[in-house]
Ligand binder design. Structure first.
Ligand SMILES: Cc1cc2nc3c(=O)[nH]c(=O)nc-3n(C[C@H](O)[C@H](O)[C@H](O)COP(=O)(O)O)c2cc1C
Length: 373
């Protein structure tokens, strides 16, 4: 049962707040929502109020994975907090973990507009930011003095610049960013290595296994002190995906996040009229759902003993999160579901997960991971 206050909050978001927000430029809304979130994170009473209204706790949801304790399996995916402003507030609305970034060695002002668009019928967002971020040094300054109320991850990717002409230059750029974070005092819990952003300039790619091997070889030399999860693409064939996983399993990588945005503008989950409005960018939300689930299934079946899986793409409800968990994901990330459903959805997903576990006679979330294989 959803608590009355959470239910009311959802109704208010759907009927009052969302209709207004969805009339305003999405980038403007994103920037201002993040600023409001940051402000709430600086005020203790606001955090307590949010905690009471939104967060849901249950020991059935707590897991220790890769040495990190996650109070619940629902995390904020990379891309929403690209300015590292929300680490103090997201636990209060119920998230179990959250990723900052993607952050690159050198700052990037973002691709040409539009960087963001809405596809309400497709339950999707068009994303064309191309790693808009302030660069690793600034993020180190912002986060070094903070204590985090939940596990925070830093997503690292290649600087979006045509000046990086070769694979070698790109690898040096990525390892430089990792070095800055390693040498900092940031108390982060994990890294994400984002090799799958579809919106970057130039033709550098880490997809062919030999390119991926070279990148991971150089990253291994850094002897990173935090676990690394690789953010995977979802547009590759099963064979291509497996050959990437073959490489990944030869390196000290804790797991894979499956996965990134939908590149295919013809995906059947995209409303054909809506999608025609965008001649650029790639898509989040429901168009990611099917392929992400197929690849979670494949990964759990063949690599489940070696790689932990974070499921991501199209999660809007507890039922959605539970499906990804039953297919093999130990943790789940989301962005679009929160934007379409409202911030109360995080607590509702956690509460719903506990109900679904009980319905199925399970005592702990870990018992559900991969049961559907
Ligand atoms: C506005 C926006 C920006 C994103 N930026 C990034 C990013 O910088 N790095 C990354 O790894 N993924 C990024 N993504 C992809 C998400 O992390 C996620 O993989 C994808 O949106 C599918 O999840 P969802 O359906 O819950 O949104 C972005 C997604 C959105 C909506």
């Amino acid at each position: 049962m959803i608590t009355p206050i959470s239910y009311a909050s959802g109704l208010t978001y759907q009927n009052l707040i969302k209709p207004i927000l969805f009339k305003i430029d999405p980038e403007l809304v994103h920037v201002h929502m993040v600023r409001v979130g940051q402000l709430c994170g600086q005020i203790n009473i606001a955090k307590q109020l949010l905690q009471t209204t939104y967060a849901y706790k249950d020991p059935m949801l707590t897991q220790k994975i890769a040495g990190i304790t996650f109070a619940n399996p629902i995390g904020l995916a990379a891309g929403f907090d690209y300015e590292a402003r929300l680490t103090q507030v997201l636990a209060s609305i119920g998230f179990g973990f959250g990723t900052v970034g993607t952050i690159t060695n050198v700052a990037y002002q973002g691709n040409s507009r539009p960087m963001l668009g809405r596809l309400p019928k497709s339950l999707s967002l068009m994303v064309n930011k191309g790693f808009k971020n302030e660069g690793a040094k600034t993020v180190v300054q912002k986060l070094s003095h903070l204590h985090f109320p939940y596990p925070v991850g830093i997503s690292v990717g290649r600087t979006n610049s045509l000046q990086l002409k070769t694979q070698k230059q790109s690898i040096t750029d990525i390892t430089s960013a990792f070095r800055l974070f390693e040498q900092s005092n940031i108390k982060h819990a994990y890294y994400e290595l984002n090799i799958s952003c579809p919106n970057l300039l130039g033709h550098i790619t880490f997809y062919p296994p030999k390119n991926l091997r070279k990148l991971l070889t150089e990253i291994k030399k850094l002897q990173l002190t935090k676990p690394v999860f690789i953010k995977m693409p979802i547009e590759k064939t099963n064979k291509e995906f497996e050959s990437m996983l073959d490489v990944v399993t030869h390196f000290p990588i804790a797991g894979v996040i499956i996965g990134n945005l939908q590149k295919n503008h013809q995906d059947p989950a995209l409303d054909p009229v809506e999608v025609k409005k965008f001649d650029r960018g790639h898509f989040s939300g429901k168009p990611c759902w099917n392929r992400s689930n197929e690849l979670i299934t494949l990964t759990h079946k063949h690599y489940g003993k070696k790689l932990m899986i974070i499921g991501c793409g199209g999660v809007f409800s507890a039922e959605d999160a539970y499906i990804k968990i039953k297919l093999g994901a130990s943790l789940v990330q989301l962005i679009t579901g929160m934007i379409f459903e409202g911030p109360q959805v995080i607590g509702q997903i956690n509460q719903g997960l506990v109900q679904l576990l009980k319905r199925d006679g399970l005592n702990h979330i870990s018992e559900a991971v991969g049961v559907e294989r």
